[in-house]
Design a protein. Structure first.
Length: 282
């Protein structure tokens, strides 16, 4: 009996320390999972923001994210947004209780996307092909969204391809396409229903280009002759985890709008341009 009591005396502090450590670890990390509220399918590349702390992150393609909350308050607001879905705002306290985040489809995007046959082909955007300008962002610091305003003379058109140029010094970069409506010349809500992304490996500073193939998505734009086409850097990385950079290449003088990852106001820069070309049918 005495032996058992002594053993418990010595084990109790260790057991208490282990329990405390496990509890602290469990409370400092939340494993988020993003799911379509209707289909129950995983949603990838969800943007996660905590505005009060200027925190931003992107979920994986499989719709998961390990979020460290040790530096946040339970009362802090957290936002989840993704192309084609309504932005959801909640608190850190609530996601600890329910880490499976259900996002609802944004019905207003569906008004601009239908299936229809189009016979005539056209294009608009950059004309020159030789590289002349570039805008470089360090992938781990101030990457964000960059694009330019496009004018399409047709009232009703189907987007087929979006072509652009980059100089990628990272092993892997993932870029997401946006086609935004304009209000008073400022980009607003996205006209795309789907989250459309492309993977780029290392690419030299030359005349090569990359393009999004939009044919599988049946993207129809109605009553928006002026649209803002942009590229968002979701993330870039090197295998050895070293710092790398991604440059968006321009080929002619012109303006573009950009905003950094913290999603502040759009900024305009007339000293650079962005090679961006869209192909469409009407």
């Amino acid at each position: 009996m005495r032996f058992t009591s002594r053993l418990l005396f010595f084990l109790s502090p260790l057991f208490f320390l282990y329990s405390f450590s496990f509890s602290a670890t469990a409370q400092s990390m939340v494993k988020l999972k993003f799911v379509d509220a209707t289909t129950q399918k995983a949603i990838g590349n969800v943007t996660v923001r905590i505005p009060v702390k200027s925190f931003n992150a992107i979920s994986s393609n499989s719709g998961s994210l390990n979020l460290s909350i040790i530096h946040f308050s339970n009362a802090d607001t957290i936002e989840f947004s993704c192309v084609g879905y309504r932005t959801l705002k909640t608190s850190i306290a609530k996601i600890q209780l329910k880490p499976v985040v259900l996002l609802e489809e944004d019905a207003k995007d569906l008004e601009n996307i239908i299936i229809k046959n189009y016979l005539n082909t056209s294009e608009t955007g950059s004309r020159e092909g030789a590289s002349a300008h570039f805008k470089s962002w360090f992938a781990k610091k101030n990457s964000g969204e960059i694009g330019r305003i496009m004018y399409v003379k047709n009232e009703d058109f189907k987007l087929e391809k979006v072509r652009f140029k980059i100089n990628n010094q990272c092993d892997t970069c993932v870029l997401r396409l946006h086609v935004r409506r304009l209000k008073n010349g400022i980009p607003e809500d996205d006209l795309l229903k789907d989250s459309i992304s492309i993977v780029s490996n290392r690419l030299s500073f030359d005349d090569k280009f990359i393009e999004f193939d939009l044919n599988p998505y049946d993207v129809i734009i109605k009553k928006n002759k002026y649209i803002f086409v942009s590229l968002e850097t979701l993330y870039c990385s090197n295998i050895d985890k070293s710092t790398c950079s991604l440059a968006f290449i321009g080929t002619e003088d012109g303006n573009f709008l950009y905003r950094t990852r913290d999603y502040r106001d759009w900024e305009e820069d007339a000293s650079h341009s962005l090679y961006l070309k869209i192909y469409f049918k009407f």
